[in-house]
Design a protein around this ligand. Structure first.
Ligand code: ZN
Length: 589
């Protein structure tokens, strides 16, 4: 099989005790300089980092360059490891840049007019991204490609032409916050830069690290590791079945400027083997909703529906996020006006001071808002992934089928072009994060995950497989609309929430994928339009539950019964299903 199912590494940050924080920060500051100097020295050999012979990045770096650090070979190897990781990530990005280069075009730039400054043509960028997406991948690189295109457009706006090479557009990356992976050292017992001793019974570990003192002198000899770090329960549980890998020392920088150091404790644990393909009996299909975040349902391989549809609604979170975004926009406007006030006066003029003080406060607040904003997105993605996993467990699912990230559904939110753009980008970030979470959680749980072709899944009747229209609601069946919430099949009369129909269709695609794989041994992802393949493999026998969905016209009432909040943090995420209330409680509690 294509993947190595054997192990998975998990990382947990543990804050170092206050007494060693100053020393740890000093160490990270010193290493950061070495790391930045190394990246800078190897920047013109970036392409070499596109290929790798060893998982260790430091081997590549130390083969090219002698020690930059007089502080011992192992300390240098750890720094080289981090420099190598940065260069490898940049080399990957450069490869993506090569993919993107041919599609860059003038059309992506809106020329300056009398009323407006030159800007990006978002529609053209979106189209180019859609064209770029590889037919045969889960689309996970979409977010990266988008950021590259935007970066290239920014370059154009500044220089009047697109960049010819990646390096022309990308400045040499600078590590701004300290990171020191101890992967280059000799392990917890024999390490020369760090030492680590586990005490599982005491649910703690002892840690030591070498660092320069205030005069820059490094302690010479090793003593028994002295710093006691209590281990959180999940770490102890992982350690009981797995092994501790070399940890990483990492700086956290709060928006208000506070800095502290955590030890990323990394444990490699064995993962559950997934069921063999021939033993897959049940498939969970889920779809990104038009109105809901995620809709899921479960079919068996014969096409019988075994679970009622489940809708996960991000509800008022959208509103909260939009509010934060607007707040950030307002703060940015204030920053711009303060900056122009400051620039009335020449450098060094004391009259610049008041504006500069206010600017510092504003910038901190903006950083704080962004952090909240992306933390909420991440939380939401984790929550959605956990719920899908939970459902898979409850219904004994061996295969999860999800729409790939290639679809760029119109979401119908936000009136202005800018609003739609922001919404879409926000959505694609949550989607990327959800897909990433789901992938590693499935890997851990031994559940297979396969992406499916999104095309036509929400405009096909899940029962007869014929193309079907969508409508605003069951009471508006006279006018078909493109992104309607209700699907109604003219051929066989099937009616239901469009997201739900899509979830069933994606499960059917998963079944078709499975059967094809069992017959031919090949991995290929069928399209909805290949009706014979899909129909022969799973004629959906969705009587009962499906048809009893009540009308969905008012948003938030897809189903009256079984509505409950699954998470207390924000009361924003609502899980709805036709399940009786007590089953839902069991599911979520
Ligand atoms: Zn039909």
């Amino acid at each position: 099989m294509r993947r190595n199912w054997a192990t998975q590494s998990l990382s947990y940050p543990i804050r170092l005790p206050d007494v060693v924080q100053v020393d740890a920060l000093r160490l990270l500051d010193v290493s950061r300089e070495v790391i930045n100097a190394t990246v800078s020295a190897l920047w013109d050999r970036l392409d070499a980092f596109g290929m790798r012979e060893s998982t260790y990045a430091y081997k590549q770096v130390t083969a090219m360059i002698g020690s930059c650090d007089p502080l011992g070979d192992r300390q240098w190897r750890c720094e080289a490891e981090q420099a190598g990781r940065i260069l490898r990530a940049q080399a990957e990005r450069k490869k993506q840049f090569a993919l993107m280069l041919p599609v860059l075009c003038q059309g992506m730039i809106l020329p300056r007019t009398e009323k407006k400054a030159a800007g990006k043509n978002r529609k053209a960028i979106k189209q180019a991204l859609a064209d770029l997406r590889d037919e045969h991948s889960d689309g996970g690189s979409g977010v990266e490609l988008q950021s590259l295109i935007e970066q290239a457009c920014n370059f154009y706006l500044k220089h009047g032409c697109f960049p010819d090479t990646y390096e022309e557009m990308q400045a040499i990356p600078v590590l701004k916050v300290g990171v020191l992976p101890y992967a280059g050292d000799d392990g917890g017992e024999k390490g020369q830069a760090y030492r680590l001793r586990l005490d599982l019974e005491g649910r703690s570990c002892f840690f030591a690290f070498r660092f320069p003192d205030e005069a820059g002198v490094w302690a010479g000899t090793w003593t028994e590791p002295q710093i006691l770090l209590p281990l959180p329960d999940p770490v102890v549980e992982c350690l009981q079945v797995g092994v501790a890998l070399a940890p990483t020392l990492r700086e956290i920088r709060e928006p208000d400027g506070t800095r502290y150091v955590v030890l990323d404790f990394i444990v490699e644990i064995p993962v559950t083997e997934p069921a063999e393909w021939k033993h897959v009996r049940r498939v969970l299909g889920w779809d990104w909703g038009v109105r809901t975040l995620v809709t899921a349902t479960v079919l068996d391989v014969k096409g019988n529906q075994v679970a009622p549809p489940l809708f996960l609604d991000s509800g008022c979170l959208d509103g909260i996020q939009a509010h934060t975004r607007r707040h950030i926009d307002r703060l940015n406007a204030k920053v711009a006006s303060l900056e122009s006030r400051r620039d009335h006066f020449p450098e060094g003029d004391p009259r610049r001071e008041p504006a500069m003080r206010k600017l510092a406060v504003l910038r901190r607040e903006i950083a704080c808002c962004w952090r909240k904003y992306s933390a909420r997105n991440r939380d939401l993605a984790h929550l959605a992934a956990n719920i899908l996993l939970l459902l898979a467990n409850v219904w004994g699912v061996e295969l999860i089928a999800g729409e790939s990230l290639k679809s760029l559904k119109t979401t119908g939110h936000g009136r202005s072009a800018r609003g739609r753009w922001v919404h879409w980008r926000n959505n694609s970030q949550i989607r990327g994060e959800l897909w990433r979470c789901l992938r590693y959680k499935c890997h851990l749980a031994g559940i297979r995950l396969e992406w499916q072709q999104p095309k036509d899944t929400s405009h096909t009747c899940p029962r007869c497989g014929k193309p079907a229209h969508t409508y605003a609601s069951p009471s508006h069946l006279s006018t078909a609309v493109d992104a309607g919430a209700w699907l109604s099949c003219a051929a066989c009369g099937w009616n239901g929430a469009r997201d739900y129909a899509a979830a069933v269709n994606i499960a059917r695609l998963g079944i078709a994928f499975l059967k094809q794989h069992l017959q031919t041994g090949r991995i290929s992802h069928p399209y909805m339009t290949e009706t014979e393949k899909v129909k022969n493999s799973a004629s959906y026998i969705g009587a009962g539950l499906a048809l009893r969905l009540p009308p969905t016209s008012p948003r938030g009432r897809l189903i009256e019964s079984g509505e409950m909040y699954v998470n207390g943090w924000i009361k924003a995420v609502t899980l709805r299903s036709a399940l009786p209330q007590d089953t839902m409680l069991r599911l979520c509690g």
